[in-house]
Design a protein around this ligand. Structure first.
Ligand code: NAD
Length: 443
C-alpha cells in the first residue's frame, strides 16, 4: 500500500496573479478554454507528462494526477492586480498574443476578471504610467502607501477574494513586470525582523513592491511564486517567513525561450567534453515586457538571471581545460514590430580535438507568452500540491520551470540548472509525494 500524506485537492483553488499582461492573460484564457474543451494545454507537464513508477515488470508510466492529488482545471478561480484598470478580456486583446476568435470564446469569463489596484512604486518600473494603484487611506493625496500599508492592503485583498470566491486555497503568482535590480542587502534582507522593520520604516530602496506581495501572500497562508527575475523571495528573510508560515516559495523567472534552450543544450557540450570559448545570446522583443526591459536598471535584473544558467552546467573548476574564462553575453533589444513573437539568436563558439574551433548557431522564433502560460499553470498547481504535502520553504524541485532557481547562496549551495537533472528532481518529488520510491540518482 502506498503511503502518501498529501491532503486532497478539495474545493476551489484561487490563483491570484500579480500583473494582468501578456503572460497572465494568455495563461488565464488558455485555462478557461481548455476546461470548456476549446483548446489543449500543450506544454504543461501536469497535464501531459508521464512518470515511470515501479521497476521491472511492475513499471508503468502514469500522469502526475494519477500519482498525487492535483487541483483540477475546473476548480481554478482567477483574480489579479494591475497598474492598468482594463479587465482580462481587454488586456488579452491588447496583448495580441492570442487571436481574437480564441479570446472571444471565453469573453464572458475574462470580463469578470477585473484587476485590483496594484501596490506600485513608479521608481521600480518607470515605463509604466497606469493609475490603477493603491493610495494611502489617510491624506488622500497623490502619494503611494508606505511599504507596510501596501502589505496590509494586499492582505485584505487576498482575504476578500478568498471569501468572495469561496476558495479553499489560494496561490499567488507574480507575472508582473520586472522591477529594477535590488541587490541583496545583508542588513535589510538577511533576517525577517530587519525586513519587517524596513517595511515599517518605508525603506523604498531595499523593499520592492514585489516583496510586499510576497509577504502578504505568505502571511495569509498562500504559496508565492516569482515569475520575473526580481530578488523578492530570494532572500533569507523570506526563506524565514516561508518556514514560519509553512508555505512554499518558488522562483525566480519563468524558464521559457532562450534559457530553456540553453539549459537543454549546454549539457550536450558538457556531456561530450567539448570546450567552450564563448556564448553570445541576443533577442528582439516588442511587447510591454520588452519595453520595461529596455530600461537599463530593469534589464540588469534580467541579465543577472539569464547569465547564471551556464556557470553551473559548464564549470571551470571541474574542467579547467574546457571551461576556463569563456565569454558569456546576453542582450535583449526592444523592437516593437515583433510584439510577443520574440526571436533569439545564440552563437556558440566551441572547440574540440586539439583545440580546433567550431560554431553552433541557434535561431529560435518563439512566442514568449505561449511558452510561459503552461509554466504558470504547472507552477501554480505544483505549489498548491507542495502546500498540501507539507513541503514549505524553497521548492528546489520546481527549478525545472525557472531560469534562475533559488538556492541557499549564504551557505555556498549551487543551483541546479541542467534541464535533465531538474527533470529528475521534479519526477522524484512527485514520486515521493505519491508514496513511491524516488529512484533516480542525481549525477
Ligand atoms: N513571457 C516569457 O516568456 C517570460 C519569461 C520569463 C519571465 N517573464 C516575466 O514575466 C513577467 C510578465 O511578462 P509579460 O510579457 O506578461 O509582461 P506585460 O508587460 O505584458 O505584463 C506585466 C503587467 O504587470 C503589471 N505590473 C507591473 N508592476 C506591477 C505591480 N507592482 N503590481 C501589479 N501589476 C504590475 C503591468 O502593468 C503589466 O500589465 C515579466 O516580468 C517578464 O519578464 C516572462
Amino acid at each position: 500500500m502506498r503511503n502518501t500524506n498529501v491532503k486532497p485537492a478539495e474545493g476551489r483553488l484561487g490563483i491570484m496573479i500579480v500583473g494582468n499582461g501578456a503572460v497572465a492573460t494568455t495563461f488565464m484564457t488558455g485555462v478557461l478554454m481548455a476546461r470548456r474543451g476549446l483548446g489543449k494545454p500543450v506544454g504543461s507537464m501536469t497535464q501531459y507528462d508521464k512518470i515511470r513508477v515501479g521497476r521491472g515488470d511492475d513499471k508503468k508510466y502514469i500522469k502526475y494526477s494519477e500519482i498525487v492529488p492535483l487541483a483540477s482545471l475546473d476548480d481554478i478561480v482567477f483574480g489579479c492586480w494591475d497598474v492598468y484598470p482594463q479587465n482580462a478580456y481587454q488586456s488579452a486583446v491588447y496583448a495580441e498574443v492570442l487571436k481574437r476568435e480564441d479570446i472571444d470564446t471565453v469573453r464572458d469569463e475574462l470580463e469578470q476578471i477585473v484587476p485590483m489596484k496594484a501596490a506600485f512604486d513608479h521608481n521600480y518600473a518607470k515605463r509604466l504610467d497606469g493609475d490603477n494603484i493603491k493610495r494611502p487611506s489617510q491624506n488622500g493625496g497623490n502619494q503611494i502607501p508606505t511599504r507596510w500599508e501596501m502589505v496590509e492592503m494586499l492582505r485584505e485583498d487576498i482575504r476578500q477574494f478568498k471569501a468572495e470566491k469561496q476558495c479553499a486555497r489560494v496561490v499567488v503568482l507574480w507575472a508582473a513586470s520586472t522591477e529594477i535590480y535590488v541587490p541583496v542587502d545583508e542588513q535589510t534582507h538577511y533576517s525577517l525582523e530587519a525586513l519587517e522593520q524596513a517595511m515599517k520604516n518605508d525603506d523604498r530602496e531595499h523593499v520592492a513592491p514585489s516583496m510586499c506581495y510576497a509577504y502578504a501572500a505568505l502571511t495569509e497562508g498562500c504559496p508565492f511564486i516569482m515569475g520575473a527575475p526580481n530578488t523578492t523571495v530570494d532572500i533569507p528573510a523570506m526563506w524565514q517567513l516561508a518556514e514560519q508560515t509553512r508555505q512554499p516559495i518558488a522562483g525566480k523567472d519563468f524558464k521559457t525561450g532562450q534559457t530553456l534552450v540553453k539549459s537543454g543544450f549546454a549539457p550536450i557540450i558538457g556531456t561530450r567534453c567539448l570546450g567552450l570559448d564563448g556564448w553570445f545570446s541576443t533577442n528582439i522583443l516588442g511587447n510591454r515586457d520588452g519595453l520595461v526591459l529596455d530600461e537599463p536598471e530593469n534589464f540588469r535584473t534580467k541579465e543577472v538571471s539569464k547569465l547564471s544558467t551556464l556557470e553551473t552546467i559548464l564549470k571551470a573548476d571541474a574542467q579547467p581545460d574546457l571551461y576556463t574564462d569563456y565569454y558569456h553575453k546576453v542582450r535583449i533589444n526592444y523592437y516593437p514590430p515583433r510584439n510577443d513573437n520574440k526571436e533569439s539568436w545564440d552563437n556558440i563558439d566551441i572547440f574540440g580535438w586539439l583545440g580546433y574551433p567550431m560554431q553552433i548557431k541557434i535561431n529560435f522564433l518563439c512566442r514568449d507568452s505561449i511558452l510561459a502560460a503552461p509554466v504558470c499553470l504547472d507552477l501554480c498547481l505544483l505549489s498548491d500540491l507542495a502546500a498540501r504535502a507539507g513541503r514549505y520553504g524553497t521548492q528546489r524541485w520546481l527549478s525545472f520551470f525557472l531560469k534562475s532557481p533559488m538556492h541557499d547562496y549564504t551557505s555556498g549551495e549551487e543551483a541546479v540548472n541542467n534541464l535533465y537533472q531538474q527533470h529528475t528532481m521534479l519526477k522524484n518529488a512527485i514520486r515521493e509525494m505519491g508514496g513511491y520510491e524516488a529512484d533516480e540518482e542525481m549525477d
